[in-house]
Design a protein around this ligand. Structure first.
Ligand code: AMP
Ligand code: MG
Length: 340
């Protein structure tokens, strides 16, 4: 299929109305959000949702997130309660997905066969204007080929999905760069399934009973049934093995300096000059976890374009926004940690 590209300076009411119509009629449109790019289809149309799985090569039991234009629309698609109202008042529109029992209008193809549905109201204005133009909720996972890092620019999307979707809207670089925080509400209990820009501390400020799913930080055993199906799939992993270096900056820099020439080093921006002669990719400013979150997926894609045999990277902290980085990097590294 021929993919239509809507560039940043072409975004206006008429092009978004056109893209909305493609969605309403069962087509696929990639759109920017504040987290990563989403691959959208009409969430009320089972056949349209199936096209998402085909385009991504995504296993059919891995559910999609349903995107809405206003937090109040959630009750049309899910059984909401007090907890959703508090979460949406505090963090929506924004980078938060809330899992709740689904209503019948959401087909089970969208939810990977589950009785629950993930609802998110993005902050990105292009995303919300598109959903409004479509006039239907939009089911959208990240707009990458399954298993690859999520796309944070329209260029990444083109590499993965050109010719497989009807249209791609270029909204520039995503402001956060890691996927949304996911929380599940079940019988009044709140569980963090995936960390993101809405941090555990922010959730703890609202509720006194937030649990953290095991898979956020720990390796799942082969037979474990994760609460969030996406957690069981190989994710983000570059083709060369990645090792996280756990130790002080001095020890890490010394360890990296001794690495052989087929090793790629992921280093902070201000460390680049220390490694002349080595193969390096910079991953944001040291101590600035927001800039690292924004860079991570692009850096992993760049790493794949080299023919290194091994990759070394700093191990992130587990607190605040860094927990989201830790969660993505520990999986990219298949839990391989080198203690220095
Ligand atoms: P992606 O947008 O590509 O990050 O994919 C969405 C992720 O949201 C999936 O991989 C799931 O892990 C999670 N998710 C979506 N809906 C549900 C649900 N009903 N229950 C649990 N997890 C969900
Ligand atoms: Mg994804």
């Amino acid at each position: 299929m021929k993919t239509e590209f809507i560039s940043q300076n072409e975004i206006n009411l008429s092009t978004l109305t056109h893209a909305g119509e493609i969605l309403r009629c069962g087509g696929l449109v990639v759109f920017p959000t504040e987290t990563v790019y989403g691959l959208g289809a009409n969430a009320l149309d089972s056949t349209a949702a199936e096209k998402i799985y085909a385009a991504k090569g995504r296993p059919s039991d891995n559910p999609l997130i349903v995107h809405i234009a206003s937090p109040d629309d959630a009750e049309k698609y899910a059984h909401i309660g007090e907890e959703y109202k508090r979460l949406s008042k505090a963090f929506m529109p924004g980078p938060l997905t809330v899992i709740m029992p689904k209503r019948n209008c959401i087909p089970s193809t969208v939810t990977g066969g589950l009785d629950s549905v993930g609802i998110r109201c993005p902050e990105n204005k292009i995303a919300r204007d598109l959903i409004k133009a479509a006039g239907v909720p939009i089911a959208a996972p990240s707009a990458n080929i399954s298993g690859k890092p999520s796309p944070t620019s329209a260029e990444h999307v083109k590499v993965d999905l050109d010719g497989k979707v009807d249209a791609i809207i270029d909204g520039g670089e995503c402001t956060f760069g890691l996927e949304s925080t996911i929380v599940k509400i079940e019988n009044g209990k709140i569980t963090l399934l995936r960390p993101g820009a809405i941090t555990l501390d922010m959730l703890n400020a609202l509720f006194d009973n937030v649990e953290v799913a095991d898979a956020v930080t720990n390796k799942l055993s082969e037979d474990a049934r994760p609460l969030s199906p996406g957690m069981k799939y190989r994710h983000y992993a570059p083709s060369a093995p990645l090792y996280l270096l756990n130790g002080s900056d001095e020890k890490r820099i010394a360890y990296c300096s001794a690495a052989g020439e087929d090793t790629l080093l992921l280093v902070f921006d201000e460390e680049a000059e220390l490694f002349s002669g080595h193969s390096i990719i910079t991953i944001g400013k040291r101590g600035d976890e927001k800039s690292q979150a924004k860079r991570l997926f692009a850096a992993l894609r760049e790493a794949d374009a080299t023919n290194c045999k091994k990759i070394l990277a700093p191990m992130p902290r587990k607190s605040g926004i860094a927990l989201a980085l830790y969660n993505r990097m520990i999986r990219a590294a298949a839990h391989n940690i080198i203690d220095l």
